[in-house]
Write a protein that binds this ligand. Structure first.
Ligand code: SF4
Length: 385
C-alpha cells in the first residue's frame, strides 16, 4: 500500500506535477531503505532536468561585521552583549581590509550579516550605519556583488528608525546591496519561532519583508534551519510558504525572485543549554538532512531551481553527498565563517576553490564557477568529467 502511494506521488512529481503538503509529509515519514532510495532517485532526476548536471559554486567572502546583538535566539552561540568577553564590532578599516583580501583571492561576492547592535548608528539613525557598511565596499569595489542583510536586519533598521520595510530595502539597494539572504527564516511557523527565536520577526512579517524585497527588484535566497524541534508537517509548511512566495513573485511579474534554497541542518554542540538539552543533538543527522534535501527538490524544484547544501553544517563529505539528493550547487568559499562554527559545526570556516572542484569532480559531474545570481562564469568551468 505504502509502496503504491510512494510510486504514485513520485510518478506525478516526475510528470512535473506539484506535491500537495500531505504528500510531502508522507515522503518525509518514510524509513524503509527502498522507499528512501526511490525518493533520492526522483530528486536526482528532477535536479538533472531542472538544473542540469553541472554543479556550480561561488567565490565569496563572509563578513560578520558584529556579534553584538540585542536578541537571544535559543540556538545562537554567536551573539554577545556589548562589553562581554568575545564581543566584537569591525570598524570601517577592517571591513575594507577584508573586502580587499577577498578581491585579491578572486571573490565576486561579499556576504554580510551580523548581530542586531542597537549602538550601530550614525547621527542617531541606524539606516546610515548600514548604508555606510555597504558603501565602504561598493565605493572601492563596484564590481563586487554585495549580498547582505537578512529580513531580520531589515526589520531591525525599520523599527530603530521608524520607517517602512520598503524604505529600508530601497535605500540599501541604492547604497549598493545587490541581493539579500533569506536567512532568519529558521522554520516559518510561529509555534516553532516562539521557542527558537521569540524576539525575531514572526512568520507573516518575514514573508512580508521578502515579498517587498522581490517587488522592489531585490533578489533573495531562501533557507530553512532544520532538525531541532520542528515537526515534518512544519518543515513542509515552510516549503509551501516559500513556494507560494515565489509563485506570487512570478504571477505578479515582480522584477526579482528567489534564487536558491539552502537547507541549514541544526548544529547544537555549543548552542545555549536549554535548547541543547531539549534537542539532545550535537551535530546534524545526515540521513535526515539528505531525505529532507530530496523532498525539498521534489516539492520546490518547479519553482526554485537551485538547491544548495551547507558544507559548514554537514561537512564537505555530507554536502557532496547531498549533490546526489537533489542539489546542484555547492555554495561558496566563504573565506571565513563564524556563526555556525561558534555553534560547534565541524565543516570548517573556509573552502579552497580547488577543494570544491575536487569534491564535485569526485562525483563525475562537471563544475563551474557562477556569480551570486547563478550566471555561469565560463572561464572557470571544466568541460570533462
Ligand atoms: S541568531 Fe542573529 S538575531 Fe538571533 S541572537 Fe544570534 S545574532 Fe542575534
Amino acid at each position: 500500500m505504502k509502496t503504491t502511494t510512494i510510486d504514485s506521488i513520485i510518478s506525478n512529481a516526475l510528470e512535473g506535477k506539484d506535491l500537495c503538503p500531505s504528500e510531502g509529509v508522507f515522503l518525509l515519514q518514510q524509513t524503509a531503505p527502498e522507499a528512501i532510495a526511490t525518493i533520492r532517485q526522483a530528486a536526482d532526476i528532477l535536479r538533472q532536468r531542472q538544473a542540469g548536471d553541472t554543479v556550480t559554486y561561488v567565490i565569496n567572502r563572509n563578513i560578520n561585521y558584529t556579534n553584538i546583538c540585542e536578541q537571544h535566539c535559543s540556538f545562537c552561540a554567536f551573539r554577545r552583549d556589548a562589553g562581554e568577553s568575545g564581543a566584537y564590532w569591525l570598524d570601517w578599516g577592517q571591513i575594507l581590509e577584508k573586502a580587499t583580501d577577498a578581491v585579491g583571492r578572486g571573490a565576486t561576492e561579499i556576504c554580510m550579516q551580523g548581530g542586531l547592535n542597537p549602538d550601530a548608528k550614525i547621527d542617531g539613525a541606524t539606516l546610515p550605519y548600514y548604508r555606510k557598511l555597504v558603501e565602504t565596499i561598493s565605493d572601492e569595489f563596484p564590481q563586487l556583488h554585495i549580498h547582505a542583510f537578512s529580513p531580520q536586519e531589515v526589520q531591525f533598521i525599520a523599527d530603530q528608525d521608524g520607517i517602512s520595510y520598503s524604505e529600508v530595502i530601497a535605500s540599501l539597494q541604492e547604497a549598493g546591496v545587490d541581493s539579500m539572504p533569506g536567512t532568519a527564516a529558521e522554520v516559518l511557523d510561529d509555534r516553532v519561532r516562539r521557542i527558537l527565536c521569540p524576539e525575531k520577526t514572526d512568520t507573516a512579517t518575514w514573508l512580508e519583508i521578502v515579498g517587498t524585497a522581490l517587488r522592489l527588484g531585490m533578489p533573495m535566497t531562501s533557507t530553512m534551519l532544520s532538525g531541532h524541534i520542528e515537526t515534518q508537517s512544519q518543515q513542509i509548511g515552510h516549503l509551501e510558504k516559500l513556494r507560494s512566495l515565489q509563485r506570487t513573485a512570478k504571477e505578479n511579474a515582480y522584477p526579482a525572485h528567489i534564487t536558491e534554497f539552502i537547507l541549514l541542518p541544526f548544529v547544537g554542540q555549543e548552542a545555549p543549554k536549554p535548547l541543547r538539552n531539549r534537542v539532545k543533538r550535537d551535530q546534524p543527522v545526515l540521513e535526515d538532512a539528505l531525505l529532507l534535501t530530496a523532498v525539498a527538490r521534489i516539492f520546490l524544484g518547479n519553482d526554485i531551481t537551485n538547491h544548495q547544501p551547507s558544507w559548514v553544517k554537514l561537512g564537505l563529505e555530507g554536502a557532496t553527498e547531498a549533490l546526489n539528493w537533489g542539489c546542484n550547487d555547492l555554495g561558496g568559499t566563504l573565506m571565513e565563517e563564524h556563526i555556525t562554527t561558534m555553534a560547534g559545526a565541524k565543516g570548517g570556516t573556509c573552502m579552497a576553490v580547488e577543494t570544491l572542484q575536487e569534491a564535485i569532480h569526485s562525483l563525475g559531474r562537471p563544475y563551474q564557477q557562477r556569480d551570486t545570481l547563478y550566471k555561469k562564469l565560463k572561464q572557470t568551468a571544466n568541460s570533462t568529467t
